[in-house]
Design a protein around this ligand. Structure first.
Ligand SMILES: [Fe+2]
Ligand SMILES: [Fe+2]
Ligand SMILES: [Fe+2]
Length: 408
C-alpha cells in the first residue's frame, strides 16, 4: 500500500496543510448538500481546517486557542462520537476526514475508489458513520469519463503542424531548411520565431527581420519549442487558464532537462509530453452545469486537483489527458505516460516517472496533488537519477521558460 503523503503536510505561508484543506473542501460540499445553515457551514470549515492543529499541537502544529466556540464544539463531537455534541456537522467532518485519509492511502487499482465508498457505506450501516452523510458522499461521484469526452470534442484539434515540427530531425543538413519551410507556411508561427530570436535571451546586436536569420540564431531545437508552445497556446486562451499554461511550459522545460540527465526518455518527446500532460484539466475546466460548478467550488476551497477529481470522477486528470491525446493520435507510449503521471508506480513507463518528477518539481505542484517524497524518490530511481538532479544546473533554466512565454 502506497503512502501518498504525510497527512497534515504544511503549505508555506498557510497555517494548515493540504490534507486539512481537502477535508475542509469536502466537508463544506457535504454540508451544502445537507443544507446546513450558513453559520454552521462556516464553523464546519473552520473546524475541518484545524482538525489536526487542535489534535496534535506536539507535532509542530500550533494549538488553536482562537477557534470559535461552534467550531470547537464540532471538533469535540468529531473526536467523541459517543457524545451528542457538534450535531450533523461533526458527523460530516468524520466522513470527510475518513474519506480523505482513505484516498491518501489508495492502492492503485481501478476499483479502489468504489471499494472505499462501499466500505464507508457498510461502516455507516454498522453505526460508525452517519448513513445520510455517506449517501451524499456516494452521490458526489457523478462525473463520468464520457461527460468529459464530450468537452474534449469541443477542444481544438491537435494541430498537424506540431507533429510535423516534431518529425524534423535535429541535426541533419536539411533540418534548418525543413523548419524554415514549415514556419513559413504560417504567419503566426513565422512571427513567433522572429520575436523569439529578437527576445532578451538571444539579444541579437541587430534587429532580426527574416525567418532564415531567426532560425540561424535560435536553431532547430529552439524553433521546435517555439512552434510547439505557439500551437498549444490557444488551448489555454482564456485568462483563467493562464496559470495552467505557465505550468505546462514549466513542466515541459523541466521534463526535457530531466530527460537530458536521465537518457531514459527522448528529450523532444519529454518536452511535448510536459506541454500536454495536463490537457485533461482543460476538459474539467470546461465542464458546465452542476458538476462544473461543484468542481470549481471545491478547487476554490483549496482542495488540490487530483483529490477533487477522485472525489467527483473516481479518476484523476491524467486519465482525461490520455483520452484527449488518444483522440489526437499521439503515440501509445506517450498516452500511457501522461495517463499515469500522478501515479507512475502503476506503469512501467519511464516517461510517466519523468513527468511525475517534473510535475512535482514545478511551482504549481501543490495545486495538483499532495506532495509525496516517497513517490518522487521511486520515480527518480527508475530514471537512474537522485535528488541532486533537481538542483539548479550551471545554466539557469528559466531562460527558456521566459523565452517561450514571451514568444507565446
Ligand atoms: Fe486528518
Ligand atoms: Fe497533472
Ligand atoms: Fe501538471
Amino acid at each position: 500500500m502506497e503512502v501518498q503523503a504525510q497527512a497534515g503536510s504544511r503549505v508555506p505561508g498557510q497555517p494548515w496543510g493540504a490534507h486539512c484543506r481537502r477535508v475542509a473542501a469536502l466537508a463544506c460540499e457535504l454540508g451544502r448538500r445537507l443544507r446546513l445553515p450558513p453559520a454552521e457551514l462556516i464553523a464546519l470549515e473552520e473546524a475541518a481546517l484545524h482538525h489536526h492543529a487542535e489534535l496534535s499541537p506536539a507535532a509542530g502544529e500550533a494549538a488553536s486557542p482562537d477557534l470559535s466556540p461552534p467550531a470547537r464544539a464540532i471538533l469535540h463531537g468529531f473526536r467523541n462520537p459517543e457524545e451528542p455534541v457538534g450535531g450533523r456537522a461533526a458527523a460530516i467532518l468524520r466522513v470527510a476526514e475518513a474519506f480523505a485519509e482513505r484516498v491518501e492511502f489508495l492502492p492503485f487499482q481501478p476499483a479502489a475508489l468504489e471499494q472505499i465508498i462501499d466500505e464507508m457505506n457498510w461502516l455507516a450501516q454498522k453505526g460508525l458513520y452517519d448513513p445520510v452523510v455517506t449517501t451524499h458522499l456516494t452521490a458526489l461521484v457523478s462525473i463520468r469519463l464520457e461527460d468529459l469526452l464530450e468537452t474534449v470534442h469541443r477542444l481544438p484539434v491537435f494541430p498537424a503542424v506540431a507533429l510535423r515540427a516534431l518529425m524534423i530531425p535535429p541535426e541533419e543538413e536539411t533540418s534548418l531548411e525543413q523548419m524554415e519551410s514549415l514556419v513559413s507556411s504560417d504567419q503566426v508561427l513565422a512571427g513567433a520565431i522572429v520575436e523569439a530570436a529578437n527576445s532578451a535571451f538571444y539579444n541579437p546586436c541587430r534587429r532580426i527581420a527574416t525567418i532564415a536569420q531567426a532560425l540561424s540564431y535560435i536553431g532547430v531545437e529552439g524553433a521546435r519549442r517555439v512552434v510547439l508552445a505557439q500551437v498549444f497556446r490557444p488551448l489555454f486562451a482564456c485568462r483563467a487558464l493562464g496559470r495552467l499554461w505557465r505550468h505546462a511550459v514549466e513542466t515541459a522545460v523541466k521534463a526535457e532537462r530531466l530527460a537530458s540527465l536521465s537518457r531514459a526518455v527522448n528529450g523532444q518527446e519529454a518536452f511535448l509530453a510536459g506541454l500536454v500532460h495536463d490537457v485533461g484539466r482543460l476538459a474539467l475546466h470546461r465542464l458546465g452545469g452542476v458538476e462544473g460548478e461543484r468542481y470549481a467550488r471545491l478547487r476554490e476551497k483549496g482542495a488540490d486537483a487530483v483529490f477533487v477529481e477522485m472525489m467527483l470522477c473516481g479518476f484523476d486528470h491524467g486519465v482525461a489527458s490520455a483520452e484527449i491525446l488518444r483522440s489526437w493520435s499521439f503515440p501509445a507510449h506517450m498516452v500511457e505516460a501522461v495517463e499515469h503521471h500522478h501515479r507512475p508506480e502503476a506503469s512501467r513507463s519511464p516517461m510517466a516517472a519523468l513527468l511525475h518528477v517534473a510535475e512535482s518539481w514545478s511551482e504549481e505542484a501543490e495545486e495538483e496533488d499532495l506532495p509525496s517524497p516517497r513517490r518522487v524518490q521511486r520515480a527518480l530511481k527508475q530514471l537512474g537519477l537522485t535528488a541532486d538532479s533537481l538542483k539548479p544546473g550551471a545554466e539557469p533554466e528559466h531562460w527558456l521558460l521566459a523565452c517561450l512565454l514571451e514568444a507565446a
